[in-house]
Design a protein around this ligand. Structure first.
Ligand code: 13P
Length: 251
């Protein structure tokens, strides 16, 4: 069964004390509340273990925002998938456009990261999405197809079934410019069709596809009302409980 998920991506924000306070605040806000979606928070590496120990991880899943494309060894400064898993985190965001753009992560590198994450028992939240020029040239469908094929379509059906996909149009990230609910639905349905063509209808129907890009308490309801939009990956609005909770409650 397909799950609804609201996931926060804190990016490079919050010191450890600030992040702990945010996580605990969200934990409190969710206590005793029944929601129609799973909730995940993607914290900096430095916060993972402390956050996982401070909250009810049955209620709030913890995600890293990246992991290394190597298993272990002499790779100074890198953090492996196994290290992430050992903190109590259950998810890892991979392929975010900021990593593709600023850290030159290629489809081949991401393919390795996905493999290693799965081998460590982490669930990847794999991001795809086009830049503005690609959307304006009508190339968004082929861009996301290439991103899916380039990093994920060598996986076995069983492994593919463990993934969460996040569609994040780069032009909507941090810009206050959200894709309309109809634009999101159009491309989410397309992504599901691409997955169905490769892995079959059951796996495609069960796959959670999140929307990301300036999602907030004001637009979340319209977005998640669409049949192929199964939740959101939230940047800015995940940095305060007051802004994040209305999105969690949008279902
Ligand atoms: P914003 O919600 O700040 O636009 O960020 C979206 C995003 O990149 C989540 O991964």
């Amino acid at each position: 069964m397909r799950k609804n998920i609201i996931a926060g991506n804190w990016k490079m924000n919050t010191t450890l004390p600030e992040g702990l306070a945010l996580a605990k605040g969200l934990n409190e806000a969710l206590k005793g509340k029944s929601t129609k979606c799973d909730v995940i928070i993607g914290t900096p590496f430095t916060h993972l273990a402390s956050v996982a120990a401070a909250i009810d991880t049955q209620r709030i899943g913890v995600a890293a925002q990246n992991c290394a494309d190597k298993e272990k060894g002499a790779f100074t400064g890198e953090v492996s998938a196994a290290m992430v898993a050992s903190t109590g985190a259950k998810y890892v965001i991979l392929g975010h456009s900021e990593r593709r753009q600023y850290y030159h992560e290629t489809p081949e590198i991401l393919k390795e990261k996905v493999k290693l994450a799965l081998a460590s028992g982490l669930k990847p939240i794999f991001c795809v999405g086009e830049v503005l020029a690609e959307r304006e040239a009508g190339k968004h469908f082929e861009v996301v197809d290439a991103q899916l094929k380039g990093s994920l379509f060598d996986l076995s059906p069983e492994d593919f079934g463990k993934l969460i996909i996040a569609y994040e149009p780069v032009w909507a990230i941090g810009t206050g410019k959200t894709a309309t609910a109809d634009q999101a639905e159009e491309i989410h349905a397309h992504i599901r069709k691409t997955i169905a063509n490769k892995y079959g209808k059951t796996i495609a129907d069960d796959c959670t596809i999140l929307y990301g890009g300036s999602m907030n308490g004001g637009n979340a309801r319209d977005l998640v009302a669409k049949p192929d939009v199964d939740g959101g990956l939230i940047g800015g609005a995940s940095l305060s409980v007051e802004k994040f909770m209305p999105i969690v409650e949008a279902f």
